[in-house]
Design a protein around this ligand. Structure first.
Ligand SMILES: Cc1cc2nc3c(=O)[nH]c(=O)nc-3n(C[C@H](O)[C@H](O)[C@H](O)COP(=O)(O)OP(=O)(O)OC[C@H]3O[C@@H](n4cnc5c(N)ncnc54)[C@H](O)[C@@H]3O)c2cc1C
Length: 429
């Protein structure tokens, strides 16, 4: 019997998952494994834990749904907290596995995990692409020639067709029956939650629910359901509420939805209801996401480096009190504090808010940008390594922005985006 493992990471779905589909086609027995790296639960970069409460809950819901979907296909999802290479090599030996597949991810830690596993096993480890809209071979340039200016990248890829998303794979030929799986989800949940200092509370939780079903429902809601996409360009700078932007980021970051599914839905919407500046703009933002992913693939560890991918001097200092006050939403600047409290309570912040608080940390408080990025990594429900660290570099003037460091006039931003003070009143009181 041909047995294989699919190693799920940032692709928690069965739809548009070519690696999973290929394993099912070529093997009798395929099992899904998810290993939460134990490093996520310990203080990491700049003393922040990588996995915060909001993302943790979203991730657990996504895994619960993925396990359900796998069971319906006759498979199973094994959940482990540990070092990925060690955990997977043990399973490969124990179950006499003949093949393993994983999707590439631009994070340098994630790439190192794959490399470590490759060195430990003597069966083929196949990598596939499913996190980006385009595959590497479809890009009109080598990665080493990736332009350092977004608009150049956009012009190159904007009009290129992308591959249509794939339907889910069929049932397994041979259902997986396990007497005891290494770690049942509930037990695992207990381990993970016990290591979190804060327990989940849902009083201010936004309607983000993990899993591909909820992701597809939100995609439908924003497009054909409520036609909110039609006015997106005018609403996208909103600060609070559900409808002003697509809210697709947590599903994209965890791979409950693929970029191809979202792009496809935009194109289908345009065909059925007509294109306008707003429908185009959602695709445009998806290309920003795409650009940051390829930048991360190109620059690897330099995404986390003080001098960034440009190798430029940022403003450099570290004031612990200022940083702590910023994280807690206690800087004394009511607009900034409102955003930071919104983030702590919900795990989400608008794009406008992210730019404003990042600019404040870098320019007004003079704090090393990497501390801000690490705080976002822990707090954001939609944390995406490439988008987060890439956007922080951009604002700190060490990333891709040709104009250098971005400084926002906070008072002006407040007058434009919260003229009646209702956003501040909601979060600061
Ligand atoms: C300092 C900073 C940190 C950020 N960290 C993250 C992060 O960790 N994860 C993340 O997904 N986005 C991040 N962003 C980008 C952006 O703020 C969020 O993608 C967006 O606010 C999510 O809301 P939405 O899904 O409603 O976006 P929409 O406005 O509806 O956009 C649709 C999709 O396009 C993509 N997108 C939009 N803007 C950007 C952008 N500037 N960069 C990259 N992709 C973009 C996202 O996938 C988003 O879901 C960051 C931005 C800044 C300024």
């Amino acid at each position: 019997m041909r047995k294989a493992i699919y190693w799920f990471r940032y692709d928690l779905r069965l739809e548009d998952n070519p690696g999973w589909s290929q394993l099912v086609a070529n093997n009798d027995w395929v099992i899904g494994v998810y290993v939460m790296p134990s490093r996520w639960l310990l203080p990491q970069r700049y003393q922040q834990k990588s996995l915060g409460l909001h993302r943790q809950e979203f991730l657990l819901e996504s895994l619960q749904q993925l396990r359900q979907n796998l069971r319906e296909k006759g498979s199973e999802l094994i959940l482990i907290v540990g070092e990925p290479a060690a955990a997977l090599s043990r399973l490969i030996e124990e179950w006499d596995i003949g093949a393993i597949t994983v999707a590439e991810h631009p994070g340098s830690d994630e790439q190192a995990d794959v490399q470590r596993l490759r060195e430990k096993i003597d069966i083929p480890l196949r990598t596939v692409e499913n996190f980006t809209l385009f595959d590497r071979a479809e890009l009109p340039f080598n990665l080493t020639e990736l332009p350092l200016i977004f608009s150049q990248f956009r012009k190159w890829v904007e009009t290129r067709p992308f591959t249509r998303s794939l339907p889910p794979a069929p049932r397994l030929r041979q259902p997986v029956v396990l007497n005891n799986s290494p770690c049942e989800l509930d037990q695992w949940l207990g381990i993970v939650r016990a290591q979190q200092l804060v327990q989940p509370g849902d009083s201010k939780r936004l309607p983000f629910r993990g899993g591909s079903t909820a992701g597809l429902a939100q995609l439908h809601y924003f497009l054909a359901g409520q036609h909110l996409i039609n006015n997106y360009k005018n609403t996208r700078n909103g600060l609070d509420g559900w409808d002003f932007s697509s809210k697709l980021s947590p599903w994209l970051a965890n791979g409950c939805l693929s970029a191809r599914q979202v792009a496809q839905a935009i194109k289908d919407y345009e065909q059925a209801h007509g294109a306008n500046e707003s429908t185009y703009w959602l695709y445009f933002e998806l290309l920003w996401r795409e650009y940051f992913q390829w930048l991360a693939f190109r620059f690897g560890k330099r995404l986390f480096a003080l001098r960034g991918i440009q190798d430029k001097n940022p403003l450099l200092s570290f004031y612990p009190e200022a940083y702590t006050a910023w994280c807690a939403g206690n800087t004394g600047n009511a607009f900034v504090d409102a955003f930071m409290r919104q983030l702590a309570a919900t795990g989400w912040m608008s794009n406008r808010g992210r730019q404003i608080v990042a600019s404040y940390l870098i320019n007004q408080l003079g704090v090393d940008w990497r501390y801000g990025a690490a705080w976002f990594e822990q707090q954001l429900i939609d944390y995406d390594c490439a988008a987060n660290w890439g956007n922080w570099q951009y604002l700190a003037g060490v990333g891709t922005d040709p104009r250098g460091r971005r400084e926002f006039n906070i008072q002006k931003q407040r007058d434009s985006y919260d003229p009646d003070g209702s956003f501040i009143a909601r979060w600061v009181g």
